[in-house]
Design a protein around this ligand. Structure first.
Ligand SMILES: [Ca+2]
Ligand SMILES: [Ca+2]
Ligand SMILES: [Ca+2]
Ligand SMILES: [Ca+2]
Length: 446
């Protein structure tokens, strides 16, 4: 079956017998070889509808990735990300306008490793932090690689994570991968496209290896992984070009939102996820998963049922909420820890969340809080807690959230457990990653 409407004309007539024309361009499956179907030229007319991550949400009657949800305006907005694959390559595309700025697509496909932040990377350092809180369930996002370009740059980079804050920034032309991008100011229909060999995608995965297989009389060297659950997780965002900049739009939307402050940190906690291996494509799986990304499947349309191939961590679109801290209050202005007194503190989140906000009810509207104590000269005394996750509204489990009385308290002791000398001390409360902070002084007496 021809894969696309752009297929040779002599195939079209028989194709129309099987499929009405209005359905023709919607179908495109993964295959053993897509090299004749997708041209890496920075335009995505050669891609099909079921290679889109983002469709239409019929319940909300809106696009899953809006074209007008960027904090920097419609000329810096992501509208679509596409994905498919064949035996040798992962194909990725991002559609957007990035006037004067950058587009990044992150890929997480190696469980248990990857970058936790872009901040401080030796290349492409940006103020993006990833949600790795649920790594135990492989429900985290710690990207192993990213593709990125900037406005008017025709040759995107492929950045491979090594370890910690170390990445290798690869350019087109070395034979490692193919890529092209065509963004130009506010022009419509422009994109970034990649074809990345699986052997490059899995460069740093010790569980994978090259395997020679013969299927239908053709012998190939394929990158094999332990068969079964292998999830491809994808997220994209726009960022400014300079180090230590954040961004105005992500796709899929994150829950904590963006801001028009170009330096503000962005917390990326959402991703699209595709199960790569359910079928035996090569015979290596003896009828089950074979450790090779499946051929002949639609990458993004299996979204329902108990075990869909495709899902978002949090269904989109999402209106992100960037919480700030307000009204840090103390139980008393002074306390005497050597008499067993404690300082309890409480605070508010702004903006307040509606109690019927469905994301709040699902426990998705959260903040990560860090509380530290300093003395009046700014010397560090103690961390009360670091990145303590709280729900934005109370729940049955945590009826006081976002305040947790069992944690939001200081017993007047320093990091070594000694009661601090009398004096003035500062309680500092921060929403991570450094999004909002409040400080307040308290007096320790004897
Ligand atoms: Ca193309
Ligand atoms: Ca958008
Ligand atoms: Ca978005
Ligand atoms: Ca397979």
């Amino acid at each position: 079956m021809p894969r696309r409407l752009a297929a040779p004309l002599l195939l079209v007539s028989s194709f129309l017998l099987a499929f009405p024309p209005w359905a023709a361009c919607a179908r495109a499956t993964t295959a053993r070889d897509l090299s004749q179907s997708i041209t890496i030229d920075g335009f995505t007319a050669d891609w099909a509808d079921d290679e889109r991550l983002f469709g239409y949400n019929p319940t909300l009657k809106t696009l899953e990735e809006p074209t007008d949800d960027s904090k920097w305006g419609v000329n810096n907005d992501i509208s679509q990300v596409r994905v498919t694959w064949d035996a040798h390559n992962l194909y990725l595309a991002g559609e957007a306008k990035i006037w004067g700025n950058n587009l990044v697509i992150w890929v997480d496909v190696i469980p248990g490793q990857g970058m936790t932040t872009m901040s401080g990377l030796n290349s492409w350092s940006r103020n993006f932090t990833f949600d790795v809180s649920d790594a135990a369930n492989d429900n985290d996002f710690a990207p192993d690689l990213l593709g990125a370009t900037w406005d008017n740059n025709p040759t995107p980079h492929l950045v491979l994570h090594q370890s910690g804050t170390q990445v290798v920034d690869n350019q087109v032309g070395g034979g490692l991968f193919r890529a092209a991008s065509t963004f130009s100011q506010d022009w419509d229909g422009r994109a970034m496209e990649f074809a990345i060999p699986w052997s490059v995608v899995f460069t740093n995965d010790p569980e994978t290896r090259d395997t020679v297989v013969t299927v239908d009389g053709v012998t190939d060297t394929l990158r094999w992984f332990p068969p079964g659950q292998r999830r491809l997780k994808i997220c994209a965002a726009i960022t400014a070009g300079g180090d230590n900049t954040g961004g105005p739009d992500s796709a899929p939307d994150n829950t904590r939102g963006h801001t028009n402050d170009g330096a503000a940190f962005v917390y990326l906690d959402n991703f699209a996820e595709i199960d790569l291996d359910r079928n035996d494509d090569t015979g290596l799986g003896h009828g089950g998963p074979d450790g090779i990304p499946d051929w002949g499947v639609s990458p993004t349309t299996d979204r329902t049922g108990p075990d869909p191939r495709f899902r978002f961590k949090y269904p989109v679109p999402i209106v992100g909420v960037r919480f700030g801290l307000a009204d840090l209050e103390f139980s008393r202005p002074a306390f005497a820890p050597d008499r067993g007194e404690r300082l309890d503190f409480r605070f508010q989140l702004q903006p307040p969340v509606a109690p019927d906000d469905p994301l709040a009810l699902a426990g998705v509207r959260t903040v990560d809080l860090t509380a530290n104590i300093f003395d009046m000269r700014g010397r560090f005394i103690r961390n009360l807690y670091i990145s303590s996750r709280r729900n934005a509204v109370p729940s049955a489990e945590c009826p006081h959230d976002p305040v947790r009385p069992e944690f939001d308290s200081w017993d007047g002791r320093d990091a070594s457990g000694q009661i601090v000398p009398p004096g003035v001390y500062i309680v500092r409360l921060v929403i991570e990653p450094n999004l909002s902070r409040q400080t307040r002084a308290v007096v320790v007496v004897r």
